[in-house]
Ligand binder design. Structure first.
Ligand code: FAD
Ligand code: 2HG
Ligand code: ZN
Length: 468
């Protein structure tokens, strides 16, 4: 089912649909579509198709379906689980030309966007109406709205607005036989059967190509206060995070950086954190980055809550103006880039129940080292959501042993957590999905997949184990 050598007639048909400039087969032009952001996942493709609208997408998918050519939908290619690249010679359908931002519906506080619109462009588009997209993440300049729905992306504001699925009030998609399903009215109350938007959210390109999305928007909270808080132990940081969630009504983000990751990002930035004791990267120090956002200045509310933490916090730096806030955020937002500059990590993106969070953070380094004694775990994440990013590097920036992934994910499952908090399953965690999903659930997933994609042409090596 991989594309292999493509028949000339298929190429001609595709060129007549999307235009010859948007059917790429020269390896010099296609190779960038075949390697993921982390460089861990790389394949090859004989064909990249770049449709300009939904009708072109549908016609192109119909041609691929007739020729039984498997296809990987790709947006910004910032996914971190190997789901966006052709690992078995599939064709790639790039959504980047589906980049139309429709007029903001100010009465409904909603907007319909092409799947290929980047988050940054979407945000800029709705900001002019005093509104914002509820999901924000550091890959905003490249990640697309379609990709974010397909992965049910999380990011830094989930504790306030929920993840991407929560934002979706309408969807348009092309199914495996080229059928277009479109339900974009955006009615807040609409109980007319199955919710295809919810189903496609988190489907990772396995059920359809999302072409347009209608999102619910949120009033901009223009006044911001940001605090970087330093702690001596994980438990202190976890206890403080729970207290901030309870006491700060305007809490907008609550992120954590643990010592190893802080050491890497500080070295990358060439700046020491303004508070806390950064050791050699192997100690228990922890930092929380808390941001409050409201219509009126939330600094008193955040400041009072931080005062209440006096027994736990070692030191605190508070920033109010955009420049100072950006300098604090740099210690969190640049971690992924800093790690990538040091090597090719294995990325394990997990959620723990609140009661097991500190135990996990303190216990996981031993679990990693038991699987690969040279491996280095680097931890950070969206602590307000119980979401820890465990990045693991091998010696000299090499990849760690594969056994690390299974060991960490089994540990997560044993503690009652999820093996994927926000990045998805992709190709990276497919063989571990059974840790969180029962046989009955996997069978139901398989039945849905076969109903919507009977020939198994959409992203065949992603999310679902082969026997599901
Ligand atoms: P891609 O990488 O192109 O694709 C991802 C998956 O979606 C693939 O399985 C692909 O087949 C499928 N897909 C893409 N577009 C479509 C479509 N239109 N229809 C159907 N399927 C489609 N993620 C978070 O959740 N939270 C974060 O905080 C976060 N921060 C990040 C920071 C950095 C620096 C980087 C590099 C990544 C980060 N990510 C984060 C991961 C990534 O940005 C998200 O997964 C994002 O949603 C992917 O969007 P994309 O357009 O790049 O999708
Ligand atoms: C983040 O929260 C992203 O910064 C990326 O989800 C996490 O690099 C990672 O593992
Ligand atoms: Zn994240």
């Amino acid at each position: 089912m991989s594309a292999g050598v493509i028949d000339e007639a298929v190429l001609d048909d595709l060129a007549s649909i999307v235009g010859p400039a948007h059917v790429l087969s020269d390896p010099e032009l296609t190779s960038g579509y075949a390697v993921d952001w982390t460089r861990r996942f790389a394949g090859s493709t004989p064909l990249v198709i770049r449709p300009g609208d939904t009708a072109e997408t549908a016609a192109a998918i119909e041609v691929l379906a007739d020729a039984r050519i498997a296809v990987v939908p790709q947006g910004g290619n910032t996914g971190l689980v190997g789901g966006s690249v052709p690992l078995a010679g599939e064709a790639v359908l790039s959504t980047r030309r589906l980049d139309r931002c429709e007029t903001v519906d100010e009465l409904a506080s909603q907007v319909t966007l092409g799947a290929g619109v980047t988050l940054a462009d979407a945000q800029a588009h709705v900001t002019t109406c005093g509104l914002s997209i509820g999901v924000d993440l550091a890959a905003r300049d490249s990640a697309t709205i379609g990709g974010m729905v397909a992965t049910n992306a999380g990011g830094i504001n989930v504790l306030r607005y929920g993840a991407m699925r929560t934002q979706v009030v309408g969807i348009e998609a092309v199914l495996a036989d080229g059928t277009i399903v479109s339900h974009l009215a955006g009615l807040e109350k609409d109980n007319t059967g199955y919710d295809l938007g919810s189903l496609l959210a988190g489907s990772e390109g396995t059920l359809g190509v999302i072409t347009r999305v209608r999102l619910r928007l949120h009033p901009i909270q223009p006044e911001r206060a940001t605090a970087l808080l330093a702690f001596e132990t994980t438990q202190d940081a976890v206890t403080a995070a729970a207290a901030l969630r309870r006491s700060v009504g305007s809490l907008h983000a609550l992120e954590a950086v643990f010592e190893g990751a802080m050491a890497v990002v500080s070295a990358h930035l060439g700046v020491a954190p303004p508070v806390g004791n950064l050791g050699d990267g192997t100690g228990d120090a922890a930092w929380l980055l808390a941001e409050a956002a409201a219509r009126n200045d939330p600094s008193d509310e955040l400041g009072a809550a931080v005062e209440e933490l006096s027994g736990l916090v070692v030191d605190a730096a508070v920033a109010l103006d955009p420049g100072a806030r950006k300098r604090l955020w740099a210690f969190r937002e640049n971690i992924t880039e800093a790690i990538s500059a040091s090597g090719i990590p294995h990325k394990l993106d997990v959620t723990l129940p609140a009661a097991r969070l500190a135990e996990f953070v303190d216990g996981v380094p031993d679990v990693v080292r038991a699987a690969d004694r040279h491996a280095v775990p680097l931890l950070f994440g969206h602590l307000g959501d119980g979401n820890v990013h465990v990045n693991v590097l091998g010696p000299g920036g090499s990849e760690p042993a594969e056994a690390v992934d299974g060991a960490v994910l089994r540990y997560v499952a044993d503690l009652g957590g999820s093996i994927s908090a926000e990045h998805g399953i992709g190709a990276a965690k497919l063989s571990q999905l059974h840790l969180n999903r029962t046989e009955a659930e996997l069978a139901a997933f398989g039945a849905i997949k076969r109903a919507l994609d009977p020939a198994g042409l959409f992203n065949p090596n992603v999310l679902l184990p082969p026997n599901a």
